[in-house]
Write a protein that binds this ligand. Structure first.
Ligand code: 16G
Length: 528
């Protein structure tokens, strides 16, 4: 380690005195002007992680669905996964070290993690379309180079595309080619193969309106659309040419306000979807003939996907172990439908993709989605091999189903939830099953629900257990929630400290909107 060079460069990316930031659920996120030193230091950390794992590590500069003025950074581990928890702690220590302590913290991490400093390091970098992202990604590169790391800057990418690149690079190209062209070709080929087999070919199935949150999704869909246009025509809205990133549009806005984005004209029964700012989430929606808005969130996406996969397995004659992973935010109706009607086991984890992803890895086929539209499906290596063989060996109908499953596996981004990949999976399934958006929506009816944010002096006084469904502290809070829940029918409520904002979140559901609203309000009063 050239400590002199590190000190010199670090001074050019100096930390504002006293600023404390936390590597949260999805990395660091705050106002862009506070992040220069964090970016430089995450460049340093990525090099150490790369040396330790002897693999390529990813660094993504994005603040996802946050306002345009914010930015953020997260590291991507060798298999395209989120950074390991012990390294999240290192990230927090390194980002918060005052200038004079930075070198010591860096050496401490190297020693604790037994990093061989002689090992080569390779880091890949991607960024979203925020005005601050280009400069901040340059600071990451400064950090990488000062520690002697090699790098490849992919420039503008969606977050899931960067996860894909890391995964491809560390699996010797088995998963795909680590280029943007490789990503487009892999997904589009699988999609076109699938849609060729669909008997429903009317415009109804082949056109889709996409709200791109004025973000990177627009740019990447434009580049990609001609690859899959044989199977789907997309009409893009909020493509960044006029509006601000995530402002009154995007998946997070549509999900939390339960209304369509601005800037999109929707005719009744037209199928529409929204990406978030870095295109790792997707939600669908439509207006019925009475003009009512219907949201189809991550829970219903998981239901569509897992029922299709189950049907294919039945057709092939394979009994594989398939599981669905949700969080406490999953609508009670979705969990009931999956367990009771579809007979699929459902598991609940803490909020945040890393928790769902790890749980989903325990199954032959694990489908995970957060209600907010972040998710994907994972297939074990043994399953992938078995399906490939079946697609070659089986006869007629079974072989056709195996071929379909083989293509569906290729269409999923197994490194991370991916709005583009999920959109193509959903479009293929709807076309293959001949389902309209209304028929999909009618699988079950969501229980009315309400989410609230509560500002408290210190959100850490609230701790939870049982996948965030029960409060452990402060004493008496859970008992108070239990008493309130008893007053309503089909009701459920929980509170949890946010991992991305300085607030406590309250969730309630009940048999009517009025009851859900009352319950959420009463629970939020109990939090004080
Ligand atoms: C982050 C998470 C998302 C989670 C959200 C919860 C990733 C990539 N993103 O955006 O999955 O739903 O945080 O935010 O893990 P909250 O803790 O503020 O409710």
């Amino acid at each position: 380690m050239d400590l002199g060079a590190i000190t010199k460069y670090s001074a050019l990316h100096a930390k504002p005195n006293g600023l404390i930031l936390q590597y949260g659920t999805a990395g660091f996120r705050t106002k862009a002007e506070h992040l220069d030193h964090v970016m430089f230091r995450m460049g340093l950390l990525a090099v150490l992680r790369s040396k330790q794992t002897k693999s390529t590590i990813g660094v993504m500069v994005t603040a996802s669905h946050n306002p345009e003025e914010d930015n953020g950074v997260k590291l991507v581990d060798p298999l395209g996964e989120m950074l390991a928890p012990s390294w999240e702690e290192h990230a927090t220590c390194l980002a918060n070290a005052e200038e004079q302590d930075m070198q010591r913290v860096l050496i401490d991490i190297s020693e604790k993690e037994a990093v061989n400093l002689q090992q080569d390091a390779f880091v890949v970098i991607g960024r979203d379309t925020r005005p601050s992202s280009e400069k901040l990604s340059q600071s990451v590169i400064d950090g990488v180079t000062v520690l002697g790391g090699q790098f490849h800057d992919y420039g503008l990418l969606t977050t899931p595309q960067l996860h894909y690149m890391v995964y491809c690079r560390n699996t010797g190209g088995r998963y795909g080619k680590a280029t943007i062209e490789g990503y487009y070709q892999k997904l589009s080929k699988a999609f076109v193969e699938l849609t060729k087999q669909a008997s429903c070919s009317g415009d109804e199935y082949r056109s889709l309106k996409v709200d791109c949150a004025n973000g990177i999704g627009a740019l990447k869909l434009r580049e990609m659309e001609h690859y899959f246009s044989q199977g789907l025509s997309v009409q893009l809205f909020n493509d960044g040419s006029k509006g601000k990133l995530n402002h009154l549009c995007g998946a997070d806005f549509v999900k939390s306000h339960q209304k369509p984005p601005q800037g999109m004209e929707i005719k009744s029964n037209e199928r529409c979807c929204s990406f978030d700012g870095d295109a790792d989430r997707i939600v669908y929606y439509y207006h019925d003939t009475d003009g009512h808005f219907h949201l189809i969130d991550g829970d219903k996406i998981a239901t569509l996907i897992s029922s299709f996969l189950k049907e294919l397995l039945v057709e092939i004659g394979e009994s594989l172990n398939i599981g669905v992973v949700q969080t406490a935010y999953a609508n009670g109706s979705s969990t009931r439908y999956l367990e009771e009607v579809m007979k699929v086991p459902v598991y609940c984890t803490k909020t945040g993709v890393k928790h769902l992803h790890h749980k989903a890895q325990e199954f032959d086929i694990g489908v995970y989605f957060e209600a907010n539209g972040h998710g994907t499906a994972l297939f074990s290596t043994a399953v992938e091999m078995k399906i490939k063989q079946s697609a070659q060996q089986l006869e007629d109908k079974k072989r056709k189903a195996a071929k379909m499953l083989e293509n569906i596996i290729d269409l999923f981004n197994q490194a991370a939830g991916d709005a583009i990949s999920d959109m193509l999976v959903i479009e293929a399934i709807l076309a293959l099953k001949g389902l309209t958006v209304q028929q999909w929506d009618a699988l079950y009816t969501d229980l009315p629900n309400r989410q609230l944010k509560v500002q408290v002096a210190d959100r850490r006084v609230i701790s939870t257990t049982n996948a965030e469904r029960q409060a452990v502290t402060p004493p008496g809070l859970q008992e108070a929630i239990n008493d309130l829940v008893k007053k309503y029918k089909l009701s459920r409520a929980f509170v949890r400290p946010s991992g991305t904002e300085d607030v406590v979140r309250v969730y309630a559901e009940a048999d009517s909107q009025e009851s859900a609203d009352h319950l959420a309000h009463e629970v939020s009063l109990a939090v004080f």
